[in-house]
Design a protein around this ligand. Structure first.
Ligand code: IYR
Length: 223
């Protein structure tokens, strides 16, 4: 197979004066630092085009060889949400009542989580993120994918930031194991459920854990 290189001048790049960059960096931090994972959602509906734009933003993420090894299934159908809740709660019950090691349960204690997952039915959208271990051509031939976990993790980060920017809240939910999601979402066996992004408005008077983020000196080293 021959490949032709098709290059174009970097489109839309804009350099800002230093002072403006400093302000923009500070403003972005001030905005993103107020993102909080929420576990109580309002049932209020959210227009679909908002989700569509956030998914388009996620799809711009850097990824292995630009093979874009992800697929997003957006669920708003109450019957499907109910089925996901039932299956997820079954897994979570096993997790919280024996499967999870004591040390893990202790780490989770400050978050106040348990096997009860009403948000899976209440929130207007469940976005199930799938990671494609490999792709398929129209002729059903396998296409090798690279850095799948990294790529899908970055795209999910973009998605979470986009939804926050739009004014919505999310919960990254990872029932384990999540194999049941393939059948419910109609996705093939070579796609692995990565996580469920529960998305919507927060419930009125919602409370979140009083937790803090590590200071810069702890998370970064400048050499
Ligand atoms: N999947 C379980 C447990 C859980 C695990 C981690 I790590 C968290 O940060 C939060 C929850 C649940 O959803 O309850």
């Amino acid at each position: 197979m021959t490949t032709t290189n098709d290059f174009i001048p970097l489109p839309h790049y804009q350099e800002y004066p230093i002072a403006e960059m400093q302000q923009r960096a500070a403003e972005f931090y001030a905005h993103i630092r107020h993102r909080r994972t929420v576990r109580d959602f309002s049932p209020r509906p959210v227009p679909r085009d908002i989700i569509e734009n956030c998914l388009l933003a996620a799809g711009t993420a850097p990824n292995g060889a630009n093979l874009q090894p992800w697929h997003f299934v957006v669920i708003s159908d109450p019957a499907i949400k109910k089925e996901i809740r039932e299956k997820a709660e079954k897994e979570e019950q096993a997790f919280y009542s024996g499967k999870a090691p004591e040390e893990w349960l202790e780490a989770l204690a400050p978050l106040g989580t348990d096997a009860h997952k009403p948000f899976l039915e209440i929130a207007p959208y469940l976005i199930v993120v799938f990671a494609q271990s490999y792709g398929k051509t129209a002729e059903n031939q396998k296409i090798k994918h690279y850095y799948v976990q990294e790529s899908v993790g970055i795209a999910t980060g973009f998605l979470i930031a986009a939804l926050h920017h739009a004014g919505l809240v999310t919960l990254t939910h990872t029932p384990s194991p999540m194999g049941f999601l393939n059948e419910i979402c109609g996705r093939p066996a070579w796609e692995r459920p990565f996580l469920i992004l529960v998305t919507g408005y927060p419930a009125e008077n919602v409370q979140v854990p009083n937790i803090s983020k590590k200071p810069l000196a702890e998370i970064a080293t400048f050499l």
